[in-house]
Design a protein around this ligand. Structure first.
Ligand code: SF4
Ligand code: SF4
Length: 401
């Protein structure tokens, strides 16, 4: 198979991160120390070669790109300070930009000015749209200020846009990986596919391979990057689930969403009366998910500011944007819960908090395919593809060893 050579690939990749991969003289130290690199899925040296040789297609079709968790061990041992770990991270950003069709991810990863412009524009658009549909000024109930049906319909519209872009990205990624894998994809059974999907899902959910990185031995468990990843991911998913269940209750029983977690309402005449505690349980679940999300994002922001190691030293505009949005959505969620207990449900302040919370949540959803958030879908898919191609062979090898 012939490969198109892009002689500008290294300068292009440099726009996506801080590293000097041209200093690499191919000693192979990085692949030797990488705890996740194996003979059949060799990185990062092989991918650095693709970059140096201008083999963009090979780079974008590498499932190895997504197997790296950026523990930084390769960067620490590189004799040329070529920062192979940062190369892998930059190449992943480049791949996200290469998979999605709009070009927005490319600009978010490379331009601070565009990042500010874009986030301001979509936030103002969402805010003005919501304000134009807001409840009347006499309305005393905080959660009636922005009708839930409106938030729900807006959320669905935003989700459809994000899902469409993500779907195109996944198909592009799949076609590239499939072409690169060649005949290896043929002759696989459905059972193998299901088994590979199960292993990939388990890995995506718990990131067990991440535990092999030495960072986990040098830091307490509550401040490792694995903890940051898992708390943000599970916190966000938990909040999405709680919001969806909240809305489902409204549809099924007409209960008004947004009631406080505590105290449980004992007055049977109250619109919030919840004899089985289901509603309160969902709110409690959402609160716990919110705590996880705020914890993860606060820790990540602190580490990006203090830069304790190489991983946290290289932040792109969209990395900051993503974390600040996660933090803002979480904090305003808690503020909202507090506003409910205040006199007049915090009045104007409460409504502003509600608006900021909804806008930050919509921003997060729509930015999904364009920021680091997209890892959440590309990584599991690459893991699946990798397991599909190599998993059975590894298992068989282990059994005969
Ligand atoms: S990146 Fe560094 S460790 Fe890896 S092959 Fe190049 S020079 Fe060697
Ligand atoms: S950052 Fe860690 S996981 Fe990624 S290639 Fe380097 S050593 Fe391997």
């Amino acid at each position: 198979m012939s490969h198109k050579v892009d002689t500008d690939l290294i300068p292009k990749l440099k726009n996506f991160g801080a590293f000097d991969v041209s200093a690499c003289f191919n000693c192979g130290n990085c692949s030797a120390v990488c705890p996740l690199s194996k003979e059949d899925v060799n990185f990062p040296r092989r991918l650095i070669r693709y970059g140096q040789l201008g083999m963009e297609d090979r780079l974008l079709s590498s499932r190895e790109l997504w197997l790296c968790y950026y523990c930084g061990e390769c960067s620490d041992t590189c004799p040329r300070q070529a920062e192979p770990g940062e190369f892998m991270a930059s190449a992943r950003r480049y791949a996200i930009a290469g998979y999605e069709p709009t070009g927005i991810a490319r600009l978010l990863f490379t331009s601070t000015l565009f990042t500010w412009f874009f986030i301001t524009a979509i936030s103002v658009f969402f805010a003005l749209f919501l304000i134009s549909k807001a409840g009347n000024a006499e309305e005393k109930r905080l959660f009636a200020f922005l009708p839930f049906e409106l938030i729900h319909d807006m959320g669905i519209a935003v989700l459809i846009v994000a899902a469409l872009v993500t779907f195109i990205g996944i198909v592009t990624m799949y076609l590239k990986m499939r072409r690169a894998a060649g005949p290896a994809v043929q002759g696989k059974s459905v059972r193998e596919a299901i088994s590979a999907a199960w292993r990939a899902l388990k890995e995506a959910a718990f990131q067990q391979r991440f535990a092999e990185c030495s960072e986990n031995a040098s830091r307490p468990w509550y401040s490792t990057r694995r903890t940051v990843h898992l708390t943000i991911m599970w916190g966000f998913l938990g909040l999405l689930a709680a919001t969806a269940l909240d809305y489902l209750l409204l549809l099924l029983f007409g209960k008004e969403p947004g009631m406080p977690v505590l105290p449980f309402v004992s007055d049977p005449n109250s619109p919030h009366y919840d004899p089985y505690g289901v509603y309160s349980a969902i709110r409690l679940f959402g609160t716990l998910a919110g705590i996880a999300m705020v914890y993860g994002s606060t820790l990540a922001l602190k580490l990006r500011f203090t830069k304790p190691d190489k991983y946290w030293s290289h932040s792109r505009p969209s990395d900051w944007l993503f974390l600040w949005l996660v933090f803002l959505a979480g904090i305003t969620g808690f503020l909202l819960e507090a506003c409910v207990y205040m006199p007049d449900q915090a009045g104007f302040f409460g409504r502003v908090v509600f608006l900021v919370h909804v806008v930050a949540s919509m921003d997060l959803l729509i930015l999904f395919p364009f920021t680091k958030f997209a890892h959440a879908i590309y990584r599991p898919f690459a893991l699946f593809f990798n397991e599909y191609l190599t998993g059975e062979a590894e298992t068989a090898g282990a059994q005969t060893a």
